[in-house]
Design a protein around this ligand. Sequence first.
Ligand code: DER
Length: 227
Amino acid sequence: PHRKELKQEAAVRAAALVESGMRVGLGTGSTAKYAILELGRRLREGELTDIVGVPTSDASDTLARAQGIEIVELGTLELDLAIDGADEIDPNLDLIKGLGGALTREKLVELRAKRLVIIADDAKLVTRLGEKAALPIEVVRFGFESTLARLADLGARGTLREQGGQAYVTDNGNYIFDARFGDALPDAATLAERLKLTPGVVEHGLFLGMATQAFVASSEGVREIPA
Ligand code: DER
């Protein structure tokens, strides 16, 4: 099957965990999109009722509303389940996220979920975070050059994300720096801490100890982690 069907299958498995009455965190990206579409289908076919969604991006907000999902503000809500994609998944279910530009709202929503279900194809599996994907770091626009210099002092090498020849701007009005740390990378937890202590940094794409399970699709089918 093609990558599209793989993503779709993983998304259907995650959406099947949603029960009527649940409060659901709605992820962002091409895989999370399938989960939102599947929730819409289940609602339309009467399999599900009375769910509310908290979207992690303007794009997912628009998509979810179009699917007939009732949208609510995060506020101080506790969510039953959040479903989202990832850029990298390591054996401990630690993640790199943010290639879709929604990392800050994703992290804020997903920290409020009792369960964070990750959906992806097997291309996202790594043995060590940083093997394949850059680490997205959201920075405030004001003085971003000096923030990038502070990140370089931490060993970061990378580029300011662009879109259509302009600097990419997140839903929160910030920029994103896609960073690589090479082998100088301290362990993920240390790096996460150092990034949060860096003035000008809003959030980073290390999602450590947050995911509770993952559905990973490959040509052999959908694998659940933990098994
Ligand atoms: O930006 C994000 O965090 C997305 O979830 C991204 O990491 C996964 O997007 P994809 O499902 O389109 O690969």
